[in-house]
Design a protein around this ligand. Sequence first.
Ligand SMILES: C[S@@+](CC[C@H](N)C(=O)[O-])C[C@H]1O[C@@H](n2cnc3c(N)ncnc32)[C@H](O)[C@@H]1O
Length: 365
Amino acid sequence: MTTTDQAPPAETAPAAQIDPDKLMAFVFKAVGDVGATLSTALVVMGDKLGYYQSLADHGPSTPSELAERTGTSEPYAREWLSNQAAGDIVTYDGTRYTLPPEQAFALTDPASPAYLPGIFQLALGTVHDTEDILTAARDGDGRGWHQHGTDVHIGCERFFRTMYNAHLINEWLPALDGVVPKLQRGATVADVGCGHGASTILMAKAFPNSTFVGSDYHAESIETARQRAADAGVDDRVTFEVAPAASFSGNGFDLVTMFDCLHDMGDPVGAARHVRETIADDGTWLIVEPMAGDKVEDNLNPVGRLYYGFSTLLCTPASLSQEVGLALGTQAGPARIKDVTTTAGFGRFGTAAETPFNRVLEVRP
Ligand SMILES: C[S@@+](CC[C@H](N)C(=O)[O-])C[C@H]1O[C@@H](n2cnc3c(N)ncnc32)[C@H](O)[C@@H]1O
């Protein structure tokens, strides 16, 4: 900051009047927030120890029945069940605990469009790495995607795969002008920042005449993506490479996709320039970004709260860890994303689809 744009020194604030009702309302809101923080760890515990699956499979259970079936210690099952009942995840009839069908669908069925364990795992892994973010914030450093623990990588894939399963093939791709007929005939697709390749493999399964190249700078993610493609039987048409977005290989792509990764990049404009160089003249660039408005006040809601949390602890440090370090933030909003694409030489930009969590952008040369 130069001396000319320094804010004038704040005057000493007048002694504030404390309203006791507002104070207690804030304290009880904090109790809810702290309970939710702990519940995040307990949901991950229930997922990893198989508690939810066991409750879904066997119905109403006592703590000792749950402990025996899952090979865990009864006091843990007992306290966990009581926490889940207090948090309205299970119900309690005085003897047994029950996982209602809606909760079972959301917590145990990976094909459910509301499958939730991934976002809890991603959040817990993110919070777990907070200490390093404090250091980075003090030093003005970043922390790259590759520097996080596996709960972040696995949780991210599980969370996003749920949304892609629900929307990508049936809603988002058909919302793009002329893209589905090209994919049906046989198109070339670059899926950039593909992580574990959930989106790449989903598209490859839906469009057997098309070929796909997934890329990501994180080598371990690409290793997992290759294994997933082989398991899905699409590795004859899907290849993966370790490459930053500013230099993935190939050209003449009919479709370039970036799912929830543009804002994580240090140099999104450099990446956008590379997309411009490698996309066909009549190609389409699909960018999926977290739902956000252009102004902070547009995002002051539960979804914005969640995404600003990930932005502070995960996405902004990721961008700051790379060259340029633009730090767009998870809630950049469409105007800033448009800016990135037009600076790189793209002419057309629009929102093709939306969900409460995603903004789907169609960008054309
Ligand atoms: C939030 S994850 C999304 C992963 C994947 N697209 C998905 O939807 O599951 C962000 C991804 O962007 C990748 N990434 C970040 N910066 C990158 C860069 N400069 N070039 C390529 N990939 C990058 C990370 O490694 C990570 O896999």
